[in-house]
Design a protein around this ligand. Structure first.
Ligand code: SF4
Length: 450
């Protein structure tokens, strides 16, 4: 994995996001016991309603205990004394005499630690008899909920994946009795107004349930406040994807860049439980990236084809980004942008925030969010996205054991290849580290096409 820590040790913002991810357990325990905050599991993403209820969204893997890289530990202790910026500079110097290579492995350790945990949660789900017929996403999220989510007071679920996934989550009522479900109408035959009406109604019901559980009222103001923060986060996130990832000069090695995109994909699900803090970190990240580019610190990537690898939010093989790098390409992960989740939610004095949120969710559904349920929507969204971002190639990440519409992956691949005339390929994913050799074998001839 990341052998490019040279790049990362000076990215204060990346280290902070990584640190916040890995130390979620302690942070969340404090929020719960000292500040009496309600913790709400958001395994399907969408933390806005929870933030608006002055409560804490938790992507449940963050309740797990992670091995913390010594560098990150030292960094955090020292940052209390010197501040993060000075501390990273100091540790940049320490790195010169770091014979144990603790610093060099920092991002590698973070990603490995998260991946190891994902696989353990997958195994836990199997040991709890989750049928082998279902994808890595179902198994790992089921494992997360069984493992530690009982520390959450409630779970908030949006019906964005298949029915089987929903059934599995519903069967966890014994662990988290309070489950709130927000149905996103999937019936394409409904007319637009009707869908909007149903969506608004479903959000309103969820708001009442969240208020009952948290004891906090969700107001138009609290929703708008959260949307404003969310909109800024999305703007920065889009700058990284639309502006920096398309440039000919990267602020770091492309494999490191892909790791940063991967970390953002995971973190966006609950904004590391603190939207304001995440906003500061991601704005700082954009600033750091731009500064490095301006100073010429980084790498000329003008000859490296940009390869979109998607969808990854249900699990993918992270070794792929390094394989592609070694074969001369650069990987882009941008599921949330592709699926419309980085669209801003309009906020104004006269807007109705629930209705705006409903439009936002319906728009995501139309972009194919319902987990390949609507293949046509997914094809359109891939086509539009590839035209807009001008990536040079597409790798479809095909989840083995996804029982739904097995033809959809092939359809997307073939349509994009024919209509947009760019190389496309499917790679299969079952479990982390399991089929790296097959992936390599497929990627070799594919990368030869550029
Ligand atoms: S549709 Fe497939 S990938 Fe999506 S949750 Fe269901 S089994 Fe997993």
């Amino acid at each position: 994995m990341s052998i490019y820590a040279d790049d990362v040790v000076n990215f204060t913002s990346v280290l902070k996001i990584a640190y916040n991810f890995l130390t979620g357990r302690e942070y969340l325990q404090k929020k719960k016991s000292n500040e009496r905050k309600t913790l709400i599991s958001v395994a399907s993403g969408f933390p806005d309603l929870v933030f608006a209820a002055d409560s804490i969204p938790v992507f449940p893997i963050r309740m797990e205990k992670f091995k913390l890289n010594l560098y990150l530990l030292a960094l955090n202790s020292a940052s209390g004394l010197f501040g993060w910026n000075l501390t990273t500079k100091l540790l940049g110097i320490v790195r010169q005499i770091d014979f144990l290579k603790i610093v060099d492995n920092v991002l590698n350790d973070v990603i490995n630690s998260i991946n190891e945990r994902y696989n353990k949660l997958y195994d836990l789900a199997i040991s709890k008899n989750v049928s082998s017929d279902f994808c890595f996403g179902i198994k790992s999220i089921y494992g997360m909920e069984v493992s530690d989510a009982n520390n959450c007071d409630c779970s908030l679920n949006f019906t964005i994946r298949c029915k089987k996934y929903n059934q599995y989550l519903k069967s966890l009522k014994g662990i988290i009795p309070n489950q709130i479900w927000v149905e996103i109408p999937s019936n394409d035959k409904e007319d637009k107004d009707k869908s909007l009406e149903i969506m608004v109604d479903n959000i309103q019901k969820a708001i009442v349930e969240i208020e009952n559980i948290t004891g906090n009222i969700i107001t138009d103001n609290s929703l708008n406040k959260q949307f404003r923060i969310g909109n800024q986060v999305k703007r920065y996130y889009k700058s990284i994807i639309d502006e920096i990832s398309t440039s000919d000069f990267y602020p770091c090695n492309p494999a490191t860049f892909a790791e940063i995109l991967a970390l953002l994909t995971i973190s966006f699900q609950d904004y590391n439980s603190n939207a304001q803090r995440f906003l500061e970190n991601i704005s700082h990240l954009v600033k750091e990236m731009r500064e490095r580019i301006e100073k010429g610190v980084g790498m000329d990537v003008s000859n490296m084809p940009r390869i979109l690898l998607s969808p990854i939010f249900n699990g993918w093989e992270p070794a792929t980004q390094e394989i592609i790098y070694k074969l001369g390409g650069r990987v882009i992960y941008s599921d949330w942008d592709l699926l419309g989740l980085l669209e801003e939610i309009p906020v104004s004095k006269d807007s109705n925030p629930v209705e705006e949120y409903a439009r936002f969710l319906l728009n995501s559904k139309n972009n194919g969010l319902l987990c390949l349920n609507n293949c046509e929507a997914l094809i359109n969204s891939f086509q539009n996205y590839i035209k807009k971002t001008r990536v040079n190639g597409l790798i479809i990440n095909q989840l083995v054991e996804c029982h739904k519409d097995p033809n959809c992956y092939d359809l997307v691949k073939n349509k994009i290849r024919t209509n947009l005339r760019i190389p496309t390929i499917n790679i299969k994913f079952k479990k982390l580290g399991e089929n790296i050799e097959q992936i390599k074998a497929k990627l070799n001839p594919f990368m030869g096409l550029f």
